[in-house]
Design a protein around this ligand. Structure first.
Ligand code: UD1
Length: 380
């Protein structure tokens, strides 16, 4: 079976890694092997936004690099559709896998759906219910053209049910690894689709990587930081960076909350451009560094006293690593982290909480990619 994986932005390189590993495992143990075609749209192209992750995880070179680069949303998404279509026509995969909620996700999904190639959406069902976010548009539309909707949590499966999606396995709860449905053959032609809570592939990556990060990363020494003696800050969402007023409000909040404590800020190119062009003044305690790789980021996060972020992935990583998080947004898709008390939206901030524990069951058991490949391996 030919499987085409479409990736293009930083978090997608990370999410693809456990899937690639699961494909390798499947191919070792099964007669029905996958032939994995990797398509990189080129949405992210700087070394520190792209290639570093291929090097860190030993991900194979993309079979196709589409070189799309930065553009307005319409042009970027349009070019992705056009260029992915060319590849799909040539390669004729049996299934296309898309990840998350970026323009690469939507462009890949639209190109595939027009060619009637079934789509598997990893990280299906997430909702912020804020249509001003490009990511919300991308994920809603991608879900609606997908055949396999792989949800990372029960909440995301329930979101789909409330939008009228049917055929939810196991009532939206995490399917057991040996769930009978993963042993059945899936024949979902035409409008057929299935919603499956497999858990979060980001949890797979974290469990795989934490010991490696501890061994390999020298980021604390390099930045001369002591554990728990600094906060970590990341910012990249268009709704925060692209309006000067909002950006100034967030920066003032970070200055305020950090109260003179060191704040390490690996700066995303979008945030850098926005701060430069608006002339925003960061506090003297904010240490701006270049974007960093996954292992350095994991170690920096694990040893920080507080995370301030608008990233989706990092809200969960801080939750799993038991680091309190303030989310620099008006809403979050990862509502469980807020309900648990570890995460708080910045407008509701009244102080930092460290609840006694985390509920490790919210986002699966670190075996999401294996479940995904086991299901797709039974697709006819
Ligand atoms: C994209 C995703 C977002 C995801 C994020 C991860 C969309 C709509 N948004 O946002 O969901 O969380 O990636 O980082 O797809 N740039 C560089 N170098 C690069 C890549 C980008 O300088 O390697 C600059 C571009 O010139 C552009 C800005 O960063 O001005 C934004 O890049 P873009 O890919 O459009 O979106 P992100 O903000 O990264």
């Amino acid at each position: 079976m030919k499987i085409a994986n479409i990736i293009g932005a930083r978090p997608q390189f990370i999410k693809y890694f456990p899937v690639a590993e699961a494909i390798k495992n499947h191919n070792k143990n099964s007669g029905n092997a996958f032939y994995d075609i990797l398509i990189h749209t080129g949405q992210h192209y700087d070394y520190k936004m792209s290639k570093i992750f291929f090097d860190e995880f030993g991900i194979k070179q993309p079979d196709f690099h589409l070189g799309v680069g930065s553009e307005t949303h319409g042009k970027q998404t349009g070019q992705i559709i056009q260029k992915v279509e060319d590849v799909l026509i040539k390669e004729k995969p049996d299934i296309v896998v898309v990840y998350g909620d970026t323009n690469s996700t939507l462009g890949g999904a639209l190109a595939s759906s027009k060619l009637h190639t079934p789509i598997a959406h990893i990280e299906a069902g997430l909702r912020s219910y804020n249509k001003r976010m490009p990511e919300e548009i991308n994920r809603v539309l991608t879900d609606h053209v997908s055949t396999f909707l792989f949800c990372p949590s029960k909440t995301s499966a329930e979101n789909l049910v409330s939008e009228g999606f049917k055929n939810v396995l196991n009532g939206g709860a995490l399917i057991p690894e040996n769930h009978s449905s993963t042993h059945q053959t899936f024949t979902l032609n035409g409008d057929g689709r299935v919603i499956i809570n497999v858990g979060d592939v980001m949890y797979d990556v974290l469990l795989h990587s934490i010991d490696i990060a501890e061994r390999r990363s020298r980021i604390l020494e390099k930045l001369m930081l002591a554990p728990r003696d600094y906060c970590l800050f990341t910012l990249h969402r268009a709704e925060n960076t692209d309006r000067a007023e909002r950006l100034a409000e967030i920066v003032a909040f970070v200055n305020d909350v950090s109260n003179g404590k060191t704040v390490v800020f690996p700066m995303h190119p979008r945030a850098k451009k926005a701060c430069d062009s608006c002339g925003i003044k960061l506090g003297d305690n904010i240490r701006v560094i270049e974007p960093i790789g996954y292992f350095d980021m994991l170690l920096l996060l694990k040893n920080s006293s507080l995370l301030l972020t608008d990233s989706g992935g990092m809200q969960k990583e801080s939750y799993w690593l038991k680091v309190p998080c303030i989310t620099l947004r008006d809403e979050t898709e990862w509502t469980e982290t807020v309900e648990s008390g570890w995460n708080i939206l910045y407008k509701n901030y009244r102080g930092v909480h460290r609840p006694s524990d985390v509920n490790s069951a919210y986002y699966g058991d670190g075996k999401a990619a294996g479940r995904i490949i086991s299901v797709l391996g039974r697709y006819k």
